[in-house]
Design a protein around this ligand. Structure first.
Ligand code: NAG
Ligand code: NAG
Ligand code: NAG
Ligand code: NAG
Length: 405
C-alpha cells in the first residue's frame, strides 16, 4: 500500500503539470526502452558468451573469479583472464593455474578470439576439431592433451604462433600447413608424434622458429630447407638421411640424437659452410643412394663426376701454367745474370777498346726503339765476339729473338 502511494504521488504530479500529449510520448518512449532492454542486458557478444560458457563447463567449472557456466557478461564483469575488444572476447589467458578437464567443443563458437593461452595446466582430452578460425596465438603447452593433431588446424589461416609442446600428442603430423603462411613460431616438442614431416610444411613461408624435438618423427628434413628458419630444434627424433646443406645456415640448429645415416661430418660444415656444402653432401649422398635407387644413380652421379673432371682439367691447367711460368722465370733470370756478366765484360772492353761506342751509335740509329732493344744490339754483337757458355748463349739468343719478333 505504501509503495502504491509512493508511486501514485509522482504520477499524479506529472499528470497535473505537463500537457497530456507529452505524457503519452514519455510513456511510449519508456515502453520502447523497456522492449529494447533484453537485447542490451548482456553487453558481450551472445555467441562469445555461449562459447566461454561451454569452455568453462568443459574445464570442469573450476573456481575462476567471474566465470559461470550459463550466461554472464565476461566483457563487463571482468572475468579472470578474459580480454575483450568492445563486446567481443579476443583473449583468454589462464596459464599455470592447475586447470583440469578438457577443452570442450565450443572453441569454434568464439567469433573474434585472437589469443588462447592455457599453458601449464592439467587439461586432458584431445584438441577439438572445432577450432576458432580467428585465432592467431594458440598456446596449449604443458598439459595432458592426447590423441592426434586435428586436421582442422588447416583452417587456422591467421595463426602466427602455436605451441602444443609437452603434451601426449601422438600420431603423424597431418598435412595441414598449406594456408598457414603467417605462422612464425611453431612448437610441437616433447610429444609422441611420429611419421615424416608433411609436404605442406614447405609452405610455411614465415616460419622462423620450429621446435619439434623429443618426438619420434622420421624421414628427411628436405621440406624445411627453403624456410626462413632462424631457430630449428629437431633433437631426439628418428630423422635419417643427409641433412640438406641449406639447413646448416640456420643460426640456431640443434640436431643431436637422430640416426642420420650418412655421418656427413656435420661439425666442420657449420663452421665453414661456403667451400664444401656443394661437394660433401653429394659425396655422402651418392654412395648411400646407389644400392637402393637405381634410376637416381646417374642423376646423382653425373654432377659429381662432372665436377670431378672439371676439377681435373683445371688442376692440370694450373700445373701447366705453373710449369710454363717457372720456365719463363728461369729463362729471364738466366738472361739477366748473363746480361750482368756482359756488362762487366763490356766495361772491360770499354776500358781496352774505345771504338765500341761509335759502333753502338751506328747500331742504335736505324732501330729507334725502346732502350732495352737498343742495348740488345751491341750486347748481341759482343756476345758473338765474346766466347761464352753455349747453352746460356743459345737461350739468350732464343729469348732475344722472341722479344724482337
Ligand atoms: C556453435 O558452433 C557450432 C559449430 O561449431 C554451431 O553449429 C552452433 O550453432 C554454434 N552455437 C551457437 C550458439 O552459436
Ligand atoms: C566483434 O565481432 C564481430 C563479429 O565477428 C565483428 O563484426 C566486429 O567487428 C567485432 N568488433 C570488434 C570491436 O572487434
Ligand atoms: C610416448 O609413448 C610411449 C609408449 O608408446 C610412452 O611410454 C611415453 O611416455 C610417451 N611419451 C610421451 C611424452 O607421452
Ligand atoms: C637410412 O638407413 C636405412 C637402413 O639403415 C635405410 O632403409 C634408409 O633408406 C636410409 N635412408 C637414407 C635417406 O639413406
Amino acid at each position: 500500500m505504501d509503495a502504491r502511494a509512493a508511486m501514485s504521488k509522482p504520477l499524479r504530479s506529472v499528470r497535473v503539470a505537463p500537457p497530456p500529449l507529452a505524457a503519452r510520448a514519455a510513456v511510449l518512449l519508456l515502453l520502447l526502452l523497456l522492449s529494447a532492454l533484453p537485447l542490451s542486458l548482456t553487453y558481450t557478444y551472445e555467441q562469445d558468451v555461449f562459447a566461454i560458457n561451454g569452455l568453462y563447463t568443459a574445464l570442469g567449472s573450476p573456481s575462476l573469479p567471474g566465470w559461470v557456466t550459463n550466461g554472464g557478461d565476461p566483457c563487463v564483469e571482468n572475468w579472470q583472464g578474459v580480454g575483450c575488444a568492445a563486446s567481443n572476447i579476443t583473449a583468454i589467458t589462464l596459464n599455470g593455474i592447475s586447470l583440469g578437464g578438457q577443452l570442450g567443443n565450443t572453441l569454434a563458437n568464439f567469433t573474434s578470439i585472437i589469443t588462447l593461452e592455457l599453458s601449464n595446466n592439467n587439461i586432458g582430452g584431445t584438441i577439438p576439431d572445432n577450432l576458432p578460425v580467428t585465432i592467431q596465438r594458440f598456446f596449449l603447452s604443458g598439459n595432458q592433451l592426447s590423441g592426434s593433431l586435428p586436421s582442422t588446424l588447416s583452417t587456422l589461416t591467421l595463426l602466427t604462433d602455436m605451441s602444443l609442446s609437452s603434451n601426449r600428442l601422438s600420431g603423424d603430423i597431418p598435412d595441414v600447413f598449406s594456408a598457414l603462411t603467417g605462422l612464425i613460431n611453431l612448437d610441437f616438442s616433447s610429444n609422441n608424434l611420429t611419421g615424416p614431416l608433411p609436404p605442406s610444411m614447405g609452405n610455411l613461408k614465415a616460419l622462423t622458429t620450429l621446435h619439434i624435438q623429443d618426438n619420434q618423427i622420421s624421414g628427411t628434413l628436405n621440406v624445411l630447407q627453403d624456410l626462413p628458419l632462424k631457430d630449428l630444434n629437431i633433437q631426439n627424433n628418428l630423422f635419417s638421411g643427409p641433412v640438406p646443406p641449406k639447413l646448416f645456415n640456420v643460426p640456431n640448429f640443434q640436431r643431436d640424437g637422430n640416426p642420420f645415416n650418412t655421418s656427413i661430418a656435420p661439425s666442420p660444415l657449420p663452421a665453414a659452410p661456403a667451400p664444401s656444402p656443394s661437394l660433401s653432401p653429394s659425396i655422402g649422398h651418392v654412395p648411400s643412394k646407389e644400392p637402393t635407387k637405381s634410376p637416381d644413380v646417374p642423376n646423382g652421379n653425373s654432377p659429381a663426376s662432372g665436377n670431378h673432371t672439371i676439377w681435373t682439367v683445371k688442376f692440370v691447367g694450373y700445373i701447366l701454367v705453373g710449369v710454363v711460368s717457372a720456365v719463363v722465370i728461369v729463362l729471364m733470370v738466366m738472361f739477366c745474370v748473363s746480361k750482368h756478366k756482359d756488362r762487366k765484360s763490356k766495361k772491360e772492353i770499354r776500358k781496352s777498346k774505345k771504338d765500341v761506342y761509335p759502333k753502338n751509335k751506328i747500331g742504335r740509329e736505324p732501330q729507334r726503339l725502346g732502350e732495352a732493344k737498343i742495348k740488345e744490339v751491341p750486347e748481341m754483337k759482343e756476345h758473338l765476339v765474346k766466347p761464352m757458355n753455349t747453352v746460356e748463349k743459345q737461350l739468350q739468343m732464343w729469348f732475344l729473338i722472341q722479344v724482337r719478333s
